[in-house]
Write a protein that binds this ligand. Structure first.
Ligand code: NAD
Length: 447
């Protein structure tokens, strides 16, 4: 029954797309304006929903509204975070953590889209499902709420494109389902992002930037530095600096801070808490299951075989793994899956460049954390286990646009075609060769 309804929805969206309704620029701009109104008029609902999903967090407002921007090369406003799917009836599936921002990108490329927000962020999912339809054209944009079982059924449909945000393991499931229909995919996945800290750096600044990146959203961002690699001497220096940064950001009791969030779900809370047995708890370590609170925590002397190093943490825990030097750090990184981002800190730019050049990852950021995603001129996406495809800014528009090669020729001037038609002769061959010569010199060809 449900499958049939989802199937009908896809057919309806496809029919809308085929009707050409979404093609005119004015239509797309109007939908973008409507989306802007949704974000504007429902900002309180969105903030409250996000706050109940994440615990009390300030400062998310700028993130949502910062998503509105102008893209000069396109001549109209698009949202830099992402956009819709090409042609008809694309499916877009987003993790809940930034779904509202992602939603903001539906209309620019003229696609019809089914959005499936994550069911783990229940309140955000509800706000999007209930309110967005009042603003956007329901013939083109649909929000579907579904758990794993229904999502599996949804994936049985043939879509033109699937954009997925979530974990690597679910990414594999999505790609397998897409392969059945040869549907192209963009997979925005996660993983363990290494952060190398060299012996030559401003320790206090490093600590502030790393702590901010790790504990932002209580560690639940795909680009958070997942673990630090540094020498034993640097670990000694970093520890008091990290403690100072954490206190500066969240006070002496982070539980009371309006700027420190909670873990999204009970299952995730228990998974993350179990990682605390890795190495030695040097900072934090307090937990409260009722509130799904885990204090900003730093683990020292963590071994590669410890639980915290076996999976993406996606929570407010920062393990430090001791390495002898930069070469060992690079070997450590290269021995593992390619991460979404690699961070490297050093006052010596040669060190930062070496880490960049001798490793592979979706993105890279030297001497800071998270900030690379704020540049919409940069592509954002993973490689290998951390994802497939890229978006942000114009890359988003291109991802959701089919670049169709087209030629429209004149019906006349048939004599020019005689060369390529049989019967062939030495003379024709000579002329053809000359034509290719001209092409190689960058002028034109008759073919
Ligand atoms: P998740 O993979 O558990 O869930 C993501 C989505 O997949 C949800 O909508 C869920 O309904 C769906 N899903 C789960 N199991 C499924 C199944 N068996 N079949 C079909 N669909 C299924 O991820 P999450 O907890 O929402 O988000 C955390 C992960 O997402 C982390 O790994 C994080 O790094 C990653 N992430 C990546 C980006 C990025 O842009 N690269 C952004 C945010 C989060």
């Amino acid at each position: 029954m449900l499958l049939a309804a989802r199937g009908r929805l896809r057919v309806h969206l496809r029919a809308t797309w085929l009707s050409g309704k979404t093609r005119p620029m004015e239509y797309r701009v109007a939908q973008l304006e409507a989306l802007g109104r949704f974000l504007d008029e429902k900002k309180q609902d969105i903030l409250e929903a996000t706050a109940s999903d994440m615990g009390k967090v300030r400062g998310i407002r700028g993130r949502i509204f910062g998503a509105l921007s102008t893209h000069p090369s396109l001549g109209f406003r698009i949202m830099p975070s992402t956009a819709p799917c090409p042609q008809a009836g694309g499916a877009r599936r987003a993790g809940g953590h930034h779904v509202t921002v992602l939603m903001a990108c539906l209309p620019p490329a003229g696609n019809c889209v089914i959005v499936k927000p994550s069911e783990t962020s229940k309140n955000t999912e509800r706000v999007v499902a209930e309110m967005l339809s009042c603003y956007l054209d329901n013939d083109c944009f649909a929000v579907v709420t579904a758990g794993v079982q229904e999502t599996t059924m949804l994936l049985e449909n043939k879509f033109d494109y699937i954009f997925f945000t979530g974990s690597t393991s679910v990414g594999r499931i999505i790609m397998t389902a897409a392969a059945k229909h040869l549907t192209p995919v963009t997979l925005e996945l996660g993983g363990k992002n290494p952060c190398y800290v060299s012996d030559t750096c401003d320790v206090q600044n490093v600590a502030r930037r790393v702590a901010w990146g790790r504990f932002f959203n209580a560690g639940q961002t795909c680009i958070a530095p997942d673990y630090v690699l540094c020498s034993v001497e640097m670990q000694e220096k970093l520890m008091p600096a990290l403690r100072e940064a954490i206190t500066e950001f969240f006070g002496s009791n982070p539980r009371e801070s309006p700027d420190f969030g909670r873990i999204m779900g009970d299952k995730q809370f228990r998974r993350i808490r179990a990682l605390l047995c890795s190495g030695r708890v040097a900072i934090g370590g307090q937990t409260d299951e009722k509130e799904r609170y885990i204090a900003p925590t730093v683990l020292a002397d963590v071994l590669p075989s410890d639980p915290a190093m076996q999976e993406e943490i996606f929570g407010p825990i920062l393990p430090i793994v001791v390495v002898a030097n930069m070469d060992e750090a690079i070997d450590f990184i290269n021995a593992r899956s390619q991460p979404l981002v690699i961070y490297a800190f050093s006052c010596d730019s040669k060190v930062v460049n070496q880490v960049l050049e001798r490793t592979s990852s979706g993105g890279f950021c030297g001497n800071d954390t998270l900030m690379h995603v704020t540049l919409t001129s940069l592509p954002f996406g993973g490689i290998g286990n951390s994802g497939l495809g890229k978006y942000h800014g114009k890359f988003t528009f291109d991802t959701f646009t089919h670049h169709r090669g087209c030629l429209h020729r004149n019906m006349g001037l048939e004599a020019l075609n005689a060369l390529r038609y049989p019967p062939y002769s030495q003379q024709k061959l000579g002329l053809l060769t000359a034509t290719f010569e001209i092409k190689r010199k960058g002028t034109c060809t008759l073919l």
